[in-house]
Ligand binder design. Structure first.
Ligand SMILES: *[C@@H]1O[C@H](CO)[C@@H](O)[C@H](O)[C@H]1NC(C)=O
Ligand SMILES: *[C@@H]1O[C@H](CO)[C@@H](O)[C@H](O)[C@H]1NC(C)=O
Ligand SMILES: *[C@@H]1O[C@H](CO)[C@@H](O)[C@H](O)[C@H]1NC(C)=O
Ligand SMILES: *[C@@H]1O[C@H](CO)[C@@H](O)[C@H](O)[C@H]1NC(C)=O
Ligand SMILES: *[C@@H]1O[C@H](CO)[C@@H](O)[C@H](O)[C@H]1NC(C)=O
Length: 508
């Protein structure tokens, strides 16, 4: 709109302010951290080298190649075990501050047992951490990113509560050896999806114990996390001065029909069943599982003849022990989905307990290789605001994963658009919604083995040539884009307009 000269000045200003607001791009706050992430099984390869034991993902991919889109595995992956210096160099090239990586439990303890420590595993991560530091980067280490030693799985894995003391013994070795240099810790990556390895068959260990295994594994993961938090608190915090959290994944659930109270209810239940399941015991003022989970799972259990709820319960001492065991909120966020009330899945199952059905929305733009991943940046802003409202404004949020899957091409315009618009809405969460977001870590630094998608779906800022024995890495346009962002610390204003358009997608 062309403001007319004769318009009163006040109206002219108003128009300018409104249109500037529309296009507004913000500068990243001072001290805001940028980073890129990887995990051990997805990138390292060297699956049977230098004394490493077998993990549940080695077993899962070798025994069930049919469950992986291209029948592949992480035996060699991106060979980061050998090429970690190049990976770290790439983080530095992009002007980022944080390199997030994970430590392979079976590389440190081949059987998962604390009496046998593999010194070569310790040596490897010492080299990685020292390389990160010598590049003036901040190491952020995930202690457990889904690659449980197979021997512990043979004893039940996370379904056996003895896992808690074995996990604590492992974490102690990690803090003892690396805590002098690592100040950012993630105890467990996405316990929600790890629990689905017990609920279903797609993720390792693939137990298919629907309605039971996932709740048991989740219960023990939450306790194991809290145990390790207290271990750090008692024995390491005063001298090592690090920060601990666990990474929570959540797709934003929007009611399929905004005018339907049933669908609105489904969206609320979905938030509690997927994020609240782990976040409520740790971040809420009252602790424990969300009430709606306790009620629904108990009702369904009793009705089906169980003498108790299939959702295990915490004692009041445990509720207290777990509450508050995080120093920041580590959020992994990718897409949005439509939800509605409905029944699906076997009886019993997590899906049936929640009473929520997921429906796609073909009108939302999405990744071609991972249909579940929509380009809906508003979902990130909404979930950040929800976390603030539910758990209190005191929690600092660190986006530990956000990124886009594609076919691996160098000219990744969609990924650039995805990152730009998500960061724009994240900045709106900071400046307009007054949420404390302290950093943004892109998933992923390099193309890697994407679990059940194998190598068909790649998230890297750097392309990896998996046909090349040298696994040559090449920066994509998105890597150059991120380098621009970390340098200018603002997003080109064009993306503000794109973000505004995406925020108005029907049904969000
Ligand atoms: C907003 O963006 C449009 C399109 O790029 C541009 O023409 C206009 O001048 C911008 N307005 C402000 C106030 O920056
Ligand atoms: C998983 O369990 C369901 C029953 O709950 C069964 O129908 C299905 O075949 C099982 N899947 C596998 C791969 O064993
Ligand atoms: C659970 O069952 C009780 C008793 O039948 C009922 O009053 C309550 O509404 C049910 N709650 C849920 C969440 O299903
Ligand atoms: C990348 O693709 C876009 C559109 O698909 C095109 O406009 C642009 O020129 C390409 N950039 C490079 C560097 O090839
Ligand atoms: C990075 O910034 C330079 C200079 O402003 C610009 O020419 C280039 O297109 C930008 N690259 C990307 C991928 O955004």
């Amino acid at each position: 709109m062309e403001p007319h000269m004769r318009l009163p000045l006040a109206i002219l200003y108003l128009v300018l302010i409104v249109s500037a607001q529309k296009n507004r791009t913000f500068t990243f706050p001072q001290g805001f951290l940028f980073g890129a992430g990887t995990s051990a099984y997805q990138t390292e390869g060297a699956h049977d080298v230098d004394g490493k034991g077998q993990s549940i993902w080695d077993t899962h991919t070798h025994e069930h190649p049919d469950r992986i889109a291209d029948g592949s595995n992480g035996d060699d992956a991106a060979k980061s075990y050998y090429k970690y210096k190049e990976d770290i160099e790439a983080v530095k090239e992009m002007g980022m501050q944080i390199y997030r990586f994970s430590i392979s439990w079976p590389r440190i303890m081949p059987l998962g047992l604390p009496n046998i420590i593999n010194q070569k595993g310790i040596d490897h991560y010492n080299s990685v951490i020292n390389e990160v530091l010598s590049n003036n980067l901040i190491p952020m280490a995930t202690i457990y990113h889904w690659d449980l030693p197979q021997h512990l799985q043979d004893l039940g894995g996370f379904a056996n509560d003895d896992i808690i003391i074995y996990y604590e013994a492992y974490a102690k070795v990690i803090f003892e050896n690396f805590g002098d240099r690592v100040k950012w810790w993630c105890t467990i990556n996405e316990p929600y999806y790890q629990a689905f390895g017990y609920e279903g068959t797609l993720f390792a260990p693939g137990l298919n114990s629907t309605g039971i295994g996932g709740y048991l594994a989740a219960h023990n993961m939450i306790k194991a996390h809290a145990r390790v938090y207290h271990l750090y608190e008692k024995q390491y915090r005063s001298k090592q001065k690090g920060r601990i959290s666990l990474n929570m994944p959540i797709d934003w659930p929007a009611p399929r029909d905004k005018t339907s109270t049933q669908d609105q209810e489904a969206a609320k239940i979905e938030l509690e069943f997927s994020l609240g399941w782990f976040a409520h015991p740790i971040y809420s003022k009252e602790g424990d599982y969300p009430q709606v989970m306790k009620d629904r799972i108990s009702n369904f259990s009793l009705a089906a003849g169980f003498p108790f709820s299939r959702l295990p319960s915490f004692t009041s001492a445990e509720v207290e022990y777990i509450r508050g065991t995080a120093d920041y909120f580590a959020l992994n966020q990718y897409g949005s989905k439509h939800v509605a009330k409905g029944e699906q899945g076997p009886d019993p199952s997590f899906d049936r307990d929640s009473g929520v059905v997921m429906t796609g929305n073909k009108k939302w733009p999405s990744s071609r290789t991972s249909k579940w991943e929509t380009i809906t940046p508003k979902g990130l802003r909404d979930i950040i605001a929800w976390i603030r409202k539910e758990y209190g404004e005191e929690w600092e949020i660190l986006i530990t994963e956000n990124g886009f899957a594609d076919g691996g091409q160098l000219n990744d315009t969609l990924r650039v658009g995805y990152l730009a618009t998500y960061m724009t809405d994240m900045l709106k969460a900071i400046y307009i919604d007054k949420c404390k977001v302290i950093g943004y870590i892109v998933w992923s630094l390099i193309d890697s083995f994407e679990w059940m998608s194998g190598y068909t779906s790649t998230f890297g800022l750097y392309q990896v040539d998996f046909k090349d024995p040298e696994r040559k890495r090449t920066p994509k346009q998105s890597a150059y884009f991120m380098a621009n962002i970390t340098k200018t610390r603002e997003i080109p204003s064009f993306y503000a307009i794109v973000t505004n358009k995406l925020d108005k997608l029907e049904g969000l």
